[in-house]
Design a protein around this ligand. Structure first.
Ligand SMILES: NC(=O)C1=CN([C@@H]2O[C@H](COP(=O)(O)OP(=O)(O)OC[C@H]3O[C@@H](n4cnc5c(N)ncnc54)[C@H](O)[C@@H]3O)[C@@H](O)[C@H]2O)C=CC1
Length: 561
């Protein structure tokens, strides 16, 4: 994600407010308690997780604590890439938002405030299945293999409304923080509900003017609720529409409850790090309705608005419930100190950090990262190792053109710097209930989570065959090949095959055709969006059912710019 970002709404809040929606359940904490009050204490109390301190209090090089195959132990080797990027032109900290002045809000558009949670439309509108899931989930990320059947990728771009009945292509960009879950679940083959029909009608109408809708939405939000501005990055140009896209994506999938609940719960949990509170949701809902009604005047009606209110109420409630449940078991974010920074190539660095509190995650997952140089700008990166006894976390970061976070992490970060981490996400994890082989495709820095998966299999002692195809553009770009070959030497069940592009004649996915058969393998694909797309195509073509193909959300990769 960051590593796959999973798409992530690198920013966001929810909120806007008209009062027509009242959260059913309020978290126990009061506004702000997650953030400022604890921040100073946590920074002051930064402590090692596991055994990382030496007798003199210094932190030893991360590699000293790792097993032979760790990134930290690795040396040499060319290297390379990472993530899709960090964004557009780097903004100046504190730069004003690129939002236009909104036209006067439409008077009387938002229904009057609803006073009590119990009578709020939300409570009644949340389907049982959704409500139940919202209260029973939010536990550990879980190994949740998600079987990928058709990539029901979220819809995406405002300009391209999609149908649940028609799995969208992997090319669809989406938004949100943990949007990758929906991309890999099957869509129910049932007729769209009346609300879904209305919502899609709106989407089709606003699609051609998506940019205007986005600009207006944020302008409205910040003008009406200036207090929410501080929850967003100073420069909004590259991520201003992620929140809106996430909401629209969710609304469009309002019929697909299993996918929607997973997605929204991740979204709700992920929004804790932005400081999002339940009371922010009505503000966002009001501005969402205001924006849509303004730009879809020909189809907008009371019936249409009611459908959106119901959808948003459901969406909000699931997010709020997930965040509240998460509050009981995990911090909104973790501070982490950089303890090791190794430049593998001119643009790829391997960073190891020590979180201030234990950080539970599963091999194959990713997290979001915020640097001190770009406040509130978050990017996703995969964990490059399975969970370690010393609690350290390693990331592979490639500095991409105009990438704020990636360039900061590669070229600016040094041991001692403090970054923040969001919660773990992603379902590209090993299913330990089977003994199927693993066919892994890692392109560029996409090798990071693949390495974690290999370590995970090794730690379980499964002895399952694991075949890794490691693709790169040049020999120098195989920055972690030494590590992978060391792992291979230690584990007879592991095969590692570097695949260097032959002037574009042979790219990673195609190389697997020369080996096999792979029909008994579970497949894992990690790398740039184009590689994931073609990788999934090749895997299906050689007979691996889509339900056995796992990858992070392409949308997140795209969003991780
Ligand atoms: N840093 C991290 O933790 C993770 C990063 N990623 C993603 O991995 C990507 C890595 O970027 P780079 O290192 O620059 O990789 P890259 O662009 O150099 O590509 C690596 C290899 O992937 C294959 N490939 C690339 N594009 C392809 C296409 N369209 N079709 C078929 N094969 C293709 C080629 O074999 C290429 O050599 C980024 O998009 C990043 O978001 C994914 C997971 C984790």
């Amino acid at each position: 994600m960051d590593a796959p970002t999973t798409t992530s709404a690198d920013n966001g809040t929810s909120g806007g407010g008209g009062g027509w929606f009242t959260p059913r359940k309020q978290p126990a904490t009061t506004p702000g308690t997650e953030q400022e009050p604890t921040e100073g204490r946590r920074l002051a109390a930064m402590r090692p997780v596991g055994r990382t301190s030496t007798a003199d209090g210094t932190v030893p090089p991360a590699g000293q604590d790792r097993d032979p195959g760790s990134d930290d132990a690795h040396q040499s080797g060319p290297d390379r890439p990472h993530h899709a990027g960090d964004g557009a032109a780097a903004p100046q900290p504190g730069a004003p938002p690129a939002t236009p002045t909104p036209e006067p809000p439409m008077a009387g558009h938002i229904p009057p405030p609803h006073p009590t949670p119990s009578t709020a439309p939300a409570a009644d509108q949340v389907p049982y299945a959704v409500a139940q899931a919202a209260t029973t989930r939010a536990q550990a990320p879980g190994p949740s293999p998600f079987a990928a059947s058709e990539p029901l990728t979220a819809p995406t771009s405002l300009a391209q409304p999609t149908s649940l009945a028609q799995p969208t292509s992997l090319t669809q960009p989406t938004a949100s923080d943990q949007l990758h879950v929906p991309a890999q679940r099957p869509a129910p083959a049932q007729p769209a509900s009346p609300d879904a029909v209305l919502i899609r009608r709106t989407m089709a109408e606003v699609g051609p003017v998506a940019d205007k809708v986005t600009s207006y939405f944020y302008a409205l939000l910040f003008v009406r609720h200036p207090d929410l501005r501080s929850l967003f990055p100073a420069a909004m140009d590259t991520q201003r529409d992620r929140l809106l896209k996430a909401l629209l994506t969710a609304a469009e999938h309002i019929d697909n409850k299993p996918v929607l609940v997973d997605y929204l719960q991740n979204l709700g949990r992920g929004h804790r790090k932005y400081g999002t509170r339940p009371e922010h949701y009505p503000a966002v809902g009001e501005c969402l309705i205001g924006s849509l009604s303004k730009y879809a005047p020909d189809v907008w009606s009371g019936e249409m608005e009611a459908a959106w209110v119901r959808a948003y109420t459901t969406i909000s409630q699931v997010m709020i419930d997930a965040a509240a449940a998460d509050e009981l078991r995990a911090p909104a974010w973790w501070y982490a100190e950089v303890v090791s920074h190794e430049l593998r190539t001119s643009d790829v660095a391997v960073l190891t950090v020590r979180p201030d509190q234990p950080y539970p995650f599963l091999a194959g997952q990713y997290t979001s990262v915020e640097t001190p140089w770009w406040p509130r700008v978050w990017r996703h990166y995969s964990f490059a190792s399975a969970p370690r006894s010393d609690g350290l976390l390693t990331f592979h970061v490639k500095a991409v053109p105009a990438g704020w976070v990636s360039n900061a992490l590669v070229h600016r970060a040094r041991p001692g710097d403090i970054i923040r981490l969001g919660p773990p996400g992603g379902s590209m994890t090993v299913d330990h209930t089977t003994d199927s082989g693993l066919l892994c495709l890692g392109g560029g820095t996409g090798i990071a989570p693949i390495k974690a998966l290999v370590e995970d299999v090794a730690e379980h002692g499964d002895r399952r065959p694991v075949e890794v195809f490691y693709g790169a553009r040049t020999d120098q770009d195989l920055y972690d090949i030494d590590t992978m070959l060391r792992l291979k030497q230690s584990h007879p069940w592991l095969e590692v095959r570097p695949v260097v592009d032959r002037q574009g004649l042979l790219q990673l996915p195609e190389a697997i055709r020369e080996y096999g058969p792979w029909t008994e393998y579970d497949a894992y694909v990690s790398g740039p969006p184009g590689m994931i797309r073609s990788g999934v195509d090749v895997l299906r073509d050689i007979g691996i059912p889509v339900s056995r193909i796992r990858h992070d959300s392409v949308e997140e990769l795209v969003a991780a710019i």
